[in-house]
Design a binder for this molecule. Structure first.
Ligand code: C5P
Length: 224
């Protein structure tokens, strides 16, 4: 059967990864969370005190970074490895969330990540979610979804997710972080968050995962 590339972009905490993961499982496609790559790079920079405002420091640091996605039976998903260490859980930390958008706005960081993301799409049969996947990484993707959700719904979703990891987190902190990231992501110079002209907008504020998946699968069918 014909395999296609599916991109899911949107603002923070719209449920992109959840939908992408479910869609990939349904189609037997590979699911790639591109945000995990920027988060893992950020984790490396923080751990190694790399100043991402200094180009030479960034270039040198990137030479020492290997990112890999490996399937985990436990979570039934691809998890990210930074230099052979599984950092899937660590990259969800608030300190990473607070710095990732700045790191992701550095040109060299984007070039490093985008090159690897494009290679992952060589054999098609992939669902990748992020901010610039439909515009920059795979501008010729067969199906592009731009996911949106009410800001209050997004804050609530992320808050509930983070609470499991950090019982002291407050809704105000989560809201501020989402707003800051969305602002930086959509105003950066290189590859800002935008809806691709040919992307289908899907508002999931009042949709269950089952309903979203049904809509997405219908869109896929039209492309096959
Ligand atoms: O998707 P997630 O919220 O985990 O992404 C973390 C951050 O990584 C985003 O806020 C954004 O700054 C950056 N990102 C990006 N381009 C992508 C995916 C994520 O700039 N394609």
């Amino acid at each position: 059967m014909k395999k296609i590339i599916i991109t899911i972009d949107g603002y923070s905490s719209c449920g992109k990864s959840t939908l992408a993961k479910a869609l990939a499982a349904e189609l037997n496609y590979v699911f790639i969370d591109s945000g995990a790559m920027y988060r893992a790079i950020t984790l490396y920079f923080l751990r190694n005190h790399v100043d991402w405002n200094v180009k030479e420091a960034v270039v040198q640091a990137l030479e020492n970074i290997t990112l890999e996605f490996c399937y985990s039976e436990e979570t039934n998903s691809c998890e990210i490895f930074l230099n052979d260490e599984n950092v899937e859980w660590l990259i969800r930390d608030m300190v990473v969330a607070e710095n990732v958008s700045e790191v992701a706005s550095v040109r060299e960081v984007r070039e490093f990540a985008v090159e690897q993301q494009r290679k992952m799409g060589d054999t098609k049969g992939i669902v990748m979610d992020g901010r610039d996947i439909g515009t920059t990484v795979f501008p010729d993707a067969e199906l592009k979804i731009f996911l949106i959700a009410d800001p209050a719904v997004r804050v609530e979703r992320r808050f509930r997710e983070l609470l499991a990891k950090n019982p002291h987190i407050t809704i105000t902190e989560v809201k501020a972080n989402l707003e800051t990231r969305d602002y930086i992501d959509s105003h950066r110079e290189f590859s800002p968050l935008r809806k691709a002209k040919d992307a289908v907008v899907l508002d999931n504020s009042n949709l269950s995962m089952k309903e979203q998946l049904k809509i997405a699968l219908k869109l896929v069918k039209e492309k096959l």
